[in-house]
Design a protein around this ligand. Structure first.
Ligand code: PLP
Length: 393
């Protein structure tokens, strides 16, 4: 396919907004006000939540939310193993223990039916990741959390603008976290946001991101072990401008994803992930489908993804292994963090995640999902072309 799928999309209006800030000299954000506060209000309104609090990245957004929930050393936090490292590493950074619960083979999201079996008296929170922009089964997760008095922090780093039963992802649990890193559906290069309706959580996160200062306190008065996690004015003006495009772009991806599902489900050996488990808008930060090599003459998924990329489709084999296989967990490289001695990740086995990583999952990146319906048809024909070629071998 001779087409460049560029990301991020931008025009002179983005350049002008950044230039205005450069000329103003107000680049930083010492008081969390100005353009930063304006964007936070806009993002909170967009998500339908009471508060939005910006910070340096999505990892820190998760970290602020977890610490503000009041976790203590040794507490356990349930996370999926099919996610970016930060979902679990921030748990370690809070001196807590990530407990991996397998994903649902239909969606690759945390399997709600497996959560209760992992709950112990030490469990304090669940971090469901709306992976790829598809909503987790939030009704079931919230019910379990209520029954066991757990906090729910949504990792919505892939889910800007996506919805579950008409509610924006991130606005459903105790807090919801977003990343604005370069590949994300809403980006300013690097950045993060956490949204919440909870006054106490907001106050604590606000202090933690601003070196432990408190509202109404003096400049040299620090109450909590926070840090300078503030975003800059230069970043938020880009976000303000990009937010104007988000809804339209999300609907294009949603529509294209639905059409691509229809096209790919007709190809033997290709199965799009299931829909219809509550998500009303899918942001398709990643379009994921399952690959069955037995229908491609035994061609490995790695080779298949390379051949598909050679056809000009921005695709990727995804995570090569489950998160718990990382040296951080296997070697327990926990450094100064107070993780109990008995924790042993070498015994963790999540078969659905292992199958997704080693055999099945292929990712098409979000910017490719902004194309035309015709381009979706070209994606499907590229897969058929590879199938025919390997079958004729
Ligand atoms: C699911 C998920 N959670 C958290 C993060 C962390 O975001 P950031 O890179 O902005 O720290 C990412 C980033 O890729 C992510 O994909």
């Amino acid at each position: 396919m001779d087409r460049d799928f560029n990301w991020p999309l931008h025009d002179e209006s983005d350049v002008n907004r950044v230039a205005e800030i450069v000329r103003s000299g107000n680049w930083g954000n010492p008081d969390c006000g100005g353009e930063v506060a304006l964007f936070e209000n806009e993002f909170a309104a967009f998500c339908g939540s009471k508060y939005a609090l910006s910070c340096v990245n999505g990892s820190v957004a998760l970290r602020l939310a977890l610490i503000a929930c009041g976790v203590k050393p040794g507490d356990e936090v349930i996370v999926p193993p099919y996610t970016f490292i930060a979902t679990a590493s921030i748990v370690i950074e809070a001196n807590c223990v990530p407990v991996f619960v397998d994903i649902d083979p239909r969606t690759y999201n945390l399997d709600a039916s497996k959560i209760e079996a992992a709950i112990t008296p030490r469990t304090k929170a669940i971090i469901p990741v709306h992976f790829a922009g598809q909503a987790c089964e939030m009704d079931q997760i919230l019910e379990i959390a209520k029954k066991h008095s757990l906090r729910v922090i949504e990792d919505a780093c892939h889910g800007h603008g996506a919805e579950y039963k008409g509610k924006k992802l991130g606005s459903i649990g105790d807090a919801g976290c977003f990343s604005f890193q370069s590949s994300k559906n809403l980006t300013c290069g690097e950045g993060g946001m956490v949204i919440t309706n909870d006054d106490a959580l907001y106050q604590m996160m606000n202090s933690l991101r601003n070196v432990g200062r408190v509202e109404g306190g003096a400049w040299y008065e620090h109450h909590y072990a926070g840090c300078n996690y503030r975003i800059t004015q230069l970043q938020v003006v880009l976000l303000t401008n990009q937010l104007k495009r988000l809804e339209e772009q999300t609907m294009i991806r949603h529509k294209n994803g639905t059409y691509l599902n229809e096209l790919l489900s007709k190809i033997e050996g290709i199965t799009p992930l299931s829909r219809g488990l509550g998500e009303t808008v899918h942001s398709y930060h990643i379009y994921i489908f399952k690959y069955d090599k037995s229908k491609f003459n035994g061609l490995s998924k790695v080779e298949f993804a390379k051949m598909l990329a050679a056809e000009g489709i921005p695709c990727f084999m995804g995570y090569p292994e489950p998160l718990y296989k990382q040296p951080l967990f296997q070697k327990k490289n926990f450094l100064c963090y107070a993780i109990p001695e008995g924790v042993d990740y070498s015994k963790v086995q999540c078969p659905v995640t292992e199958k997704a990583c080693y055999e099945e999952a292929v990712w098409i990146m979000q910017h490719a999902m902004l194309g035309t319906a015709k381009e979706m048809e070209l994606f499907a024909s590229a897969i058929l072309k590879i199938q025919q070629a390997v079958r004729n071998n």
